[in-house]
Design a protein around this ligand. Sequence first.
Ligand code: PLP
Length: 383
Amino acid sequence: MTNEHNPDWSRRTLAAQAMGHIDEASRAVVLPIHVATTFIRDPDNAYSTGNIYGRPDNLTVREAEGIIAALEGAAEAMVLGSGMSAATAVFLALRPGDHVIAPEVMYWGLRHWLLHEATEWGLRIDLVDTSDVAAVKAALRPGETKLVWLETPSNPMWSITDIAAVAAVAHAAGARVAVDSTCATPVLTRPLELGADVVMHSATKYLNGHSDVIAGALATRNKDAFWARIRRNRGILGQILAPLEAYMLIRGMRTLHLRVKAACDNAMELALRLSNHQAISHVLYPGLPEHPGHDVAKRQMQGGFGGMLSIRLRGGEAAAIACAAKVKLWKRATSLGGVESLIEHRGSIEGAGSPCPLDLLRLSAGIEDTEDLYRDLAAALAE
Ligand code: PLP
C-alpha cells in the first residue's frame, strides 16, 4: 500500500478517497480486504511487518481506523465489533471504585448497562443533566471522578451538552471526558478539538450509513496509558471488527459528508414544517431557535444540527404508535443514521425506567426527497 495522501487535503477529501491509499501490487484505487488470521514469522524470529495474529489487529481494520482518526483529528482510532463494545471498552478500562458521571438522558442500552452491570464491576455511576454545566460541576468528586461520559445531541430528546465547558470543569477535577458523538458525526462536531479526551461512535449509524454493518469506533487525543489499556483489552478479548465489515465501513465513510449534509437538510426542513402541525405538541431538534441547546449547538456543530429529531404527539402514546403504523415511506424500525428514514416509538423499546416520554416518536431523517418524507408523515398524522 502506498500513501499518495497530500497533507493539505480536507477531511472530506480524505474520507472520499479512503486516505488516498493505493494498492502497491496492482495500483488499484481500492485496497484489498485482508482476511488472514495469521502471518509468517521471519527466520530470525521477529515479525518485521508488525503483523502477527488477527485478534489484536488487522490491516483492513487499520485502514478504517486511519480514516476515523483523520476525521476526528485524533492521535489514533480503534474500531470494534459494535458501538456498545466501543462504549463499554472505555468503562472497563477504569478501576473498581472509580466514580463516573453520565447523562440522565442518553442511549438507553448504555444507560441500562451502566446502571445494572457496570455497578457490578465496582464503578460508581451518577446520572446528571449534562446540558447543565453547573450540575456536572456539582457532581464531580475531585480525585474520585475518573470519567465524564457525554452524548450530544443525546437520544432521544436531542439535548445538547457544551463539550468545551464540561471538559474544562472535568479536567480541573482530574476526570477524563469521553463523548458519544454518534449523532453529531465528525462532519458536524469534533469533540477532541473541544477538549474531550476520547470520542466514541456507533459506526453502525452515520459512519457506515447503510444499515448493513454493526460496528463501533473510539478515537483518542493522546496515546496514553488509558488508551493502551483499552487497546490491550480489545486484543485479549477479541472485540475487533471483522475485516469484511471494516471494508464496508470504509466504503460507507467515502460518502459520509454527502449523506450527513442531506440528512441535516431533511431534518431541518421537517422540524420547521412539523413545528406548525396541529397534531404535534413539541418538535425536539437542536436546529430550532426555541430548542434550549440551540445556541451551544450553533457554536459546537458546524454545517448542520444533525439528522435526528423527535416529535411528541398531542394524542399521546396511542396516537404516536398509530402514526408509526401508518407511514409507508418512513421505515418503522429501530436504529438511525442510514440512508433510509426511520421512525420509532422509543418508549416501546426503552421500556420501564426510561425517561423517554410515551408520546414521542424518534425520526432518523435519511437522504430521500424532503417532500416525499413530509407528505408521508403528514398523511399518517392526519388520519
Ligand atoms: N450510541 C448511540 C447514540 C446509539 O444510538 C447506539 C445504537 O443505537 C449505540 C451507541 C450503540 O451502538 P451499537 O448498536 O452499534 O452497539
